[in-house]
Design a protein around this ligand. Structure first.
Ligand code: MD3
Ligand code: FE
Length: 206
């Protein structure tokens, strides 16, 4: 039932379906403490994805660059703690994929609506190359763009649906990837939205 995309990259279709309501409840609680923001890239572009975070570190971007912070830039409050329902799912998925160190230092929450996209990029702001990334898709299905280790490599497309969990490690950790503009659709669990939870380690030692 797992789908192997490439060495180190595996999709567990529907793995998070049983926990989806609890994952969305926990997300709503995080958003009350740390609202979604549209970050600005170093190049001055406002990202169409709404972002917030939980756990020890949150990813942030502004004109001076991309970085991880221990507090929310707008409020100076710490990021909300990683909910137990997130933690348990990341542990189970990491183990199922055969990796050693679960990525529990940072939980990024991405919000997509009609037209929201994430252009092709690598995740390179972490200093933990041996830890995999775990992602959980909730709500409206998206087209995931899966490239290669250079920007020029051919891009494959596949669908990430409600409840799908993906573990990206080993040689797949630095593959170029993105999300095509979200179609105008609704899902019973989230309405017009897609929510993506992405878990990472930021530092090699905790
Ligand atoms: C493959 N998010 O936040 S999650 C991101 O659906 C990001 O919101 C997308 O790319 C989203 O950086 C994709 C899946 C994902 C996350 C990180 C990866 C796939 C990855 C890192 C390396 C390879
Ligand atoms: Fe990414």
């Amino acid at each position: 039932e797992p789908i192997h995309l490439d060495e180190g990259a595996v999709i567990f279709p529907g793995m998070a379906l049983p926990q989806a309501p609890a994952l969305l409840d926990a997300t709503r609680s995080i958003v009350r403490q740390a609202p979604f923001r549209h970050l600005v890239t170093p190049g001055g572009h406002r990202m169409s994805v709404g972002m917030t975070a939980c756990g020890d570190y949150g990813w942030t971007s502004d004109r001076s660059g991309y970085r991880y912070t221990r507090t929310q830039p707008d409020s100076a409050q710490p990021w909300p703690p990683m909910p137990d329902v997130f933690r348990a799912l990341v542990l189970a998925a990491t183990e199922r994929a055969g990796f050693d160190r679960p990525p529990l230092q940072s939980g990024l929450i991405n919000l997509y609506r009609h037209g929201t996209r994430l252009s092709l990029h690598q995740d390179r702001d972490e200093d933990a190359p041996d830890s995999p990334i775990v992602s959980v898709s909730l709500g409206v299905a998206a087209t995931f763009l899966w490239g290669g280790l250079t920007r020029e490599a051919p891009v494959r497309r596949f669908r990430l649906s409600h409840g799908d969990v993906v573990v990206w490690g080993g040689p797949s950790r630095f593959v170029f990837h993105g999300i095509a503009p979200l179609p105008r659709m609704t899902h019973p669990a989230t309405g017009e939205c897609r929510v993506n939870l992405t878990f990472r380690n930021v530092m090699s030692e905790a």
